[in-house]
Design a protein around this ligand. Structure first.
Ligand code: FAD
Ligand code: SF4
Length: 316
């Protein structure tokens, strides 16, 4: 690991200001992703700003009847919160499908949204990777690509976003709240928060340098059946090949977000009008323009079949 300096942030504003004012600075929350990447020298921050002392660990009801989840709420606490389990079951289920109990005890809401890809070439510093080293190339193109993205890809990167929680947040229409280094706040709809790779796959979100996530808010509950189904190579402790987060209403209408297939949680609202017609109709629109490799073309069929199983479960 490269040497770095360390400070504990005393306030949200001070944390954002320090991050913007110190070249190579990064926030650290649970550290479950960042520390692993630092040990491999994939992330090499010169300065760590520990945000764990900030009072961002509460889950509160909003005036609109939704929930405001502090950036530092641990994944375990979020999944087990009574209001989340009752009104946002999809979120609870997605969280529990991810990582392990020990990791969820440390991992935070903000850190989960910002975790980096699990593309094996991103982790292998002997391989070219535009995300790790911009301009170096992409070893996954023409390489081992079974786990990679099938839609929204570019010639520069075909990595997926690995978070389970983010899929639920997308289906629930969450909003990310931040503070910028100048003290100004902003609210970013989750649909706009993560970026597609384009020519700059190392730029993964719309956050500006030094911008700190303070909370994620959920609109008031919309009812319906909440289902999260994750298809993976092992029954536990593995990232999704494909995952479906769905909220299905009694008439068969609803929402669907998909994980494991794109650089960001994948949701196409126009596809959801076809939910009462079944999985095939939805998938045709949801994956229109898909560009799989030979090795991961199976994911297109897997999305349709997994969605079919989810809709059957919703019908009871
Ligand atoms: C073995 C293993 C298996 C896993 N399996 C899964 C899985 O199946 N599904 C899944 O979804 N995840 C999985 N994970 C990933 C895990 O969920 C993430 O590591 C975790 O959520 C990251 O949260 P953290 O608080 O530890 O983030 P950190 O590691 O502390 O930070 C991650 C990033 O977020 C930034 N950051 C943190 N807080 C803020 C903030 N408030 N504002 C701005 N930036 C911030 C940091 O600078 C860093 O860049 C797994 C991880 C491991 C190690
Ligand atoms: S897919 Fe993206 S993360 Fe993986 S090697 Fe290519 S550029 Fe790097």
């Amino acid at each position: 690991m490269k040497s770095f300096s360390y400070e504990r942030a005393s306030s949200v504003e001070a944390a954002a200001k320090a991050a913007a004012g110190t070249r190579g600075a990064k926030f650290i929350a649970g550290g479950t992703n960042l520390l692993d990447l630092m040990k491999l020298q994939i992330e090499t921050p010169t300065h760590l700003i520990d945000v764990n002392g900030l009072a961002l660990d509460k889950i509160e009801v909003t005036p609109e009847g939704g929930l405001r989840i502090g950036a530092l709420v641990r994944n375990t606490d979020l999944a087990s919160d009574e209001r989340v389990r009752r009104d946002y079951g999809l979120l609870s289920r997605a969280l529990l499908a991810g990582a392990s109990g020990q990791l969820r005890n440390k991992a935070t809401t903000a850190g989960n949204l910002l975790q980096r890809t699990r593309c094996p070439y991103f982790y292998d510093t002997n391989q070219p990777c535009n995300k790790r080293q911009p301009g170096s190339g992409c070893a996954a193109l023409g390489g081992f690509s079974r786990q990679h993205a099938v839609i929204g890809v570019s010639d520069a990167c075909i990595a997926t976003h690995p978070s389970d929680m983010a899929i639920a947040m997308r289906a629930l229409d969450a909003t990310v709240e931040t503070v910028r280094p100048d003290g100004a706040t902003r609210r970013i709809p989750i649909a706009d928060f993560h970026r597609l790779p384009g020519d700059t796959p190392h730029v993964e979100t719309v956050l500006e340098p030094g911008e700190l996530i303070t909370a994620v808010t959920l609109p008031k509950p919309i009812g319906g059946k909440h289902i999260y189904r994750k298809v993976r190579d092992r029954a536990s402790y593995a990232f999704a090949l494909v995952s479906i987060g769905a909220i299905v209403q009694p008439g068969g209408t609803g929402r669907v977000a998909v994980g494991g297939i794109a650089h960001k949680p994948w949701r196409v609202e126009a596809a959801e009008v076809d939910l009462p017609k079944g999985a095939r109709a939805v998938t045709d629109t949801l994956l229109a323009g898909a560009h799989p490799t030979e090795q991961n073309a199976f994911k297109v069929t897997l999305v349709e079949r997994t969605l079919g199983a989810v809709l059957a479960e919703a019908r009871g």
